[in-house]
Design a protein around this ligand. Structure first.
Ligand SMILES: [Zn+2]
Ligand SMILES: [Zn+2]
Length: 182
C-alpha cells in the first residue's frame, strides 16, 4: 500500500492510542471520564448519523471529548479541534488549515485502524472487478462503495460473470506463480 513517509510517521505516533481505540466500538464515545457539559445540543457522531437524539445522557454523553469527525485522519480529541461535526474541525473542517480527506480516503484510514490483518489483506467481494476491500469496504458485496449498496457507482456484474472472472483471475495467478518459479 502506498503510504507517504509523512503519513507513516503520523501512523507511528498514533500507534499507541490506536491499540486501545480499536478495541472500542466505533459508535461509543471514547473518553467517558471527562466532566460532562450538558448545555450544548446533541450532535450524533459521523459513524452513527442515524442515531436518535433522545438517547439518555447517562448512556451517551455527546458533548464530551472523543473522536473527531475526521478520525483517524485528525487524531485530536474533538474537544481540542472542534470536530464534533466534519466542518467544525479546525484542522480539516470548513476553515481548516489542511485539505479535508475525501470520504473514501477517510473510510480507508478507518478500515486500517479497525480491521484485523486478514480483512485488510482481503480482496473485495467484487474482485477482480474491484480491488482490495480495505479501499472500498467490500468485505461483503453490499458494503463495497463502488459495486455495492442500493445505488452502486458502477453497474455490478451478474453472478455468472463475476464467478467466471474470479475463476479466470485464479487461473491467471496460478499461471503467473508457475512462471515465477521457473
Ligand atoms: Zn479534528
Ligand atoms: Zn469493492
Amino acid at each position: 500500500m502506498p503510504t507517504s513517509p509523512n503519513k507513516q510517521r503520523k501512523e507511528r505516533r498514533k500507534a499507541a492510542s490506536a491499540t486501545t481505540a480499536h478495541q472500542q466500538s466505533e459508535s461509543q464515545p471514547t473518553y467517558n471520564n471527562v466532566p460532562r457539559k450538558l448545555d450544548r445540543p446533541h450532535i450524533p457522531p459521523l459513524c452513527a448519523p442515524t442515531q436518535s437524539k433522545f438517547v439518555p445522557v447517562t448512556v451517551a454523553p455527546r458533548n464530551d471529548g472523543g473522536r473527531c469527525a475526521y478520525w483517524p485522519v485528525c487524531d485530536d480529541d474533538r474537544k481540542v479541534c472542534g470536530g464534533y461535526r466534519p466542518e467544525l474541525c479546525k484542522t480539516f473542517g470548513a476553515n481548516g488549515t489542511e485539505k479535508a480527506p475525501s470520504q473514501s480516503e477517510l473510510n480507508y484510514q478507518r478500515h486500517l485502524k479497525t480491521w484485523n490483518t486478514k480483512n485488510i489483506m482481503s480482496n473485495c467481494a467484487w474482485y477482480p472487478f474491484c480491488g482490495k476491500a480495505v479501499y472500498c469496504g467490500g468485505l461483503k458485496k453490499i458494503y463495497c462503495s463502488v459495486y455495492g449498496g442500493d445505488n452502486p457507482v458502477k453497474e455490478p456484474p451478474s453472478v455468472e460473470v463475476l464467478k467466471k472472472a474470479k475463476r479466470d483471475a485464479k487461473n491467471n495467478k496460478r499461471k503467473e506463480d508457475r512462471m515465477n518459479k521457473k
